[in-house]
Design a protein around this ligand. Sequence first.
Ligand SMILES: NC(=O)c1ccc[n+]([C@@H]2O[C@H](COP(=O)([O-])OP(=O)(O)OC[C@H]3O[C@@H](n4cnc5c(N)ncnc54)[C@H](OP(=O)(O)O)[C@@H]3O)[C@@H](O)[C@H]2O)c1
Length: 342
Amino acid sequence: MNVAVFGATGQVGFVMRKVLEERNFPVSNMRFFASSRSAGSSLLYDGVETVVEDAAEADFQGIDIALLSIGAVASKEIAPQIAKAGATVIDNSSAWRMDPEVPLVVPEVNSYTLDTIPKNIVANPNCTTIIAVLPIKAVHEVAPVRRVVASTYQAVSGAGRLGVKELSDQLQESLSLSPSRVSELTFDGSAFTMSAPVKFTRQIAHNLIPLVGNLVGDDTDEELKLINETRKILDLPALRVSCTCVRVPVFCGHCVSLNLELDKELSVDEAIEVFRNTPGIQYSELPTPLEVAGSDRCLVGRVRKDTSVQYGLSLFVCGDNLRKGAATNAVEIAQVLLDRLR
Ligand SMILES: NC(=O)c1ccc[n+]([C@@H]2O[C@H](COP(=O)([O-])OP(=O)(O)OC[C@H]3O[C@@H](n4cnc5c(N)ncnc54)[C@H](OP(=O)(O)O)[C@@H]3O)[C@@H](O)[C@H]2O)c1
């Protein structure tokens, strides 16, 4: 396959290149694209130096699969051009996810939707949605899910390179505090205050922010992504979903606390057995972001009854937002497409 990675210089692009190499994806020709800022630099793929092209100027002819991680604004403009030139586009942004003519795919859950790709564009779901939908679907198969309450704990890498830089800068600043200031930290919030936030709405070091994305009415667009994309992926348009997204001072690994209301009894032991046997999931008594960082599977644990409803289940899921939440899922979609051609 002639493969192209758009946004190759970004965080997701970096992991995308890594996952393609790890999986020995059959690449006959690899091309890298970014904005004019990085065009002309070079990156390694399989030991070969490849020059990064400017996506705004390039000719897209000859690409079979294009993996895009360039943000929604750029994707809206460029993805149709790449698709028109003959490639199947797998896009990581929110630009195409709710388009009824674009499959929104987590391969373990709904790869059947790849049967028709009218626009030559496939959407990779939001990172938190991919991680949450795996255990929801696994439970739904054995005990239909009626309502979902999701509370997320999202790493700063979910906000791009600038999110990582902001936490890193603030942590370094706080480490330079004198020992006498450090002793004040437990008693006085102002002692924690670092330089003004830029990427996030509040300081992220030694803090958490219960607002991810932009407000659209009462919810944020990030919360609406999880609500709407979960319904589309599961093909359950009337599923009741409530979501609160929180940014936490963790570099990598998104977590979601899930309360599922079911329409019949499912014991904790049965649920754990389901998770142990679900592709893409690894059961872990105490899943944490550090444990999941670098892994392609999602960790599910803290499984227990939610006794606030007749048939309820509580669980906690962690996934690497740059891997299963982005690059790995996109490469797995490409693998499904490739297998269909063989
Ligand atoms: N981070 C996550 O956990 C995550 C998870 C799922 C999906 N995503 C999505 O993946 C995308 C990238 O995220 P990221 O974390 O990798 O961001 P990032 O580290 O900030 O990287 C952004 C990449 O996009 C490129 N880019 C920006 N504008 C462009 C344009 N107009 N044309 C071509 N390339 C352009 C940048 O190139 P330059 O080097 O030239 O600036 C860079 O390679 C976003 O759509 C994001 O929503 C991210």
